[in-house]
Design a protein around this ligand. Structure first.
Ligand code: ADP
Ligand code: ASP
Ligand code: MG
Length: 411
């Protein structure tokens, strides 16, 4: 007998028959003698619908009220799934985040889980019930409803698995595992049997939305066995296990390619090259709560410098206005920007021990005449910024340059 936390995403609970399918799946585990806690998302499209409604009321919707609104999507699915489970003869009980006391901080729309009271869930499990918990939501110390950021149901599932010391946290979705890249962009993408926490964290941070970043952080920190699998009939399989690095894994060299369409870049040119310039340029951006991703500084021969950085596309207009003001104050020559860029990243623990990966990457992009606008590297990733129109071509070229469609030979 095992204690397992399941999580079903929006598409997996997107219609009546999909919810009934989830109920049948869960019942299979219960019939097998397992104890099951199920975390569900809102039905697909529902959270976006609620966001649009809020936008019709207030230009920048109040963060507290937004959480009251957005948390309703998941409340619908927990009740429906519990009913569907009862219809299959499986006793179940649904709970909102507040009811199982998923305590978070008060950062509305991006709250962090601080503590979970697992007593109520344990009592239900002992009584032979399936516990169905609303994903993506919690409650702060003042009793306010909070939400965990888009895709946050993954994090709820991992946090519950950690609190309950579950044997495994299984994330059921519309793909049958983590692939070498998004299979919607590269049909030849290959499912990975395993990926390290470190690589999965990079993939998620660099744009692969298959798992929310925080869920991977949490699983790594609390050592929660985490698996991504398909919720669809006929697609049953082992999925992808997220694990610690094991011997032989570095032979795989590259695990995958992530990409992010949400970036925009800004450049301030001809800034006098003096101490404190980076601070004077980026300080006001940070004060406006705009997150900066990549930064590149080039020094010209005439004692001036060009400074380029990237921000989220939603922050582009705001960042451009701030930068124009800074340029005037600093006596810079010119400000320009581009919000039609994307970031493509190669991820793999094998980069630590293999030279030449960057040159293979740049060669593959050069062969397709794709101009690289910015580059950044870390121990296990290389990211490039290119024009948006080259996204698909670039990802496909890299996928084939690194033979990612082929399973690596056994060590
Ligand atoms: P859910 O609603 O179940 O949470 P998501 O849409 O959040 O599902 O995540 C699943 C999607 O993630 C897939 O449909 C796929 O298009 C996308 N995806 C992006 N990168 C990858 C990847 N490397 N492997 C698998 N899926 C990926
Ligand atoms: N329903 C929320 C969203 O669409 C949370 C989730 O699905 O994980 O972002
Ligand atoms: Mg998701």
């Amino acid at each position: 007998m095992a204690l397992i936390v399941h999580k079903y995403g929006g598409t997996s609970v997107g219609a009546v028959d999909r919810i009934q399918n989830v109920a049948r799946k869960v019942k299979g585990f219960v019939d097998n003698g397992d104890q099951v806690v199920v975390v569900v998302s809102a039905m697909s499209g529902e959270t976006n619908r609620l966001v649009a409604l809020a936008g019709a009321m207030q230009e920048k919707p109040d963060a507290r009220e937004m959480d009251v609104l957005l948390s309703t999507g998941e409340q619908v699915t927990i009740a429906l799934l519990s009913m569907a489970l009862k219809a299959t003869g499986c006793d179940a009980r649904s709970y909102t985040g507040t009811q199982v006391h998923i305590l978070t901080d008060s950062a509305h729309n991006k709250a962090r889980i601080l503590d979970i009271d697992e007593k109520k869930m344990r009592a239900d499990l002992e009584a032979g019930r399936v516990v169905v918990v609303a994903g993506f939501q919690g409650v702060d110390e003042h009793g306010n409803i909070t939400t965990l950021g888009r895709g946050g149901s993954d994090t709820t599932a991992v946090a519950l698995a950690a609190a309950l010391k579950a044997d495994e946290c299984q994330i059921y979705t519309d793909v049958d595992g983590v692939y070498t890249t998004d299979p919607r962009v590269v049909p030849e993408a290959r499912r990975l049997d395993r990926i390290t926490f470190e690589e999965m964290l990079e993939m998620a941070s660099l744009g692969s939305k298959v798992l929310q970043i925080r869920s991977v952080e949490f699983a790594g920190k609390y050592n929660v066995p985490l698996r991504v699998l398909s919720s669809f009939e006929g697609k049953e399989g082992p999925g992808t296990l997220i694990t610690y690095e094991e011997d032989g894994m570095e032979d795989a060299r590259i695990s995958g390619i992530a990409f992010n369409r949400d970036e925009a870049k800004l450049t301030i040119q001809g800034v006098p090259d003096q101490p404190g310039v980076a601070y004077r340029i980026l300080g006001p951006i940070g004060e406006a709560n705009i997150e900066i991703d990549m930064i590149v500084q080039n020094v010209a021969s005439d004692d001036t410098t060009d400074f380029t950085f990237t921000v989220h596309r939603n922050d582009y207009d705001k960042a451009l206005a701030i930068l124009q003001k800074t340029a005037q104050e600093l006596g810079a020559r010119e400000v320009n920007g581009d919000d039609r860029i994307v970031k493509i990243s190669l991820v793999g623990v094998g980069m630590r021990s293999h030279a030449g990966i960057a040159s293979t990457m740049f060669e593959a992009l050069a062969k397709e005449a794709i101009n690289i606008r910015m580059i950044s590297t870390s121990e296990i990733k290389i990211s490039v910024v290119v024009d948006e129109k080259y996204l698909e071509l670039g990802v496909r070229a890299l996928h084939s340059a690194f033979n990612l469609e082929e399973a690596p030979a056994a060590p």
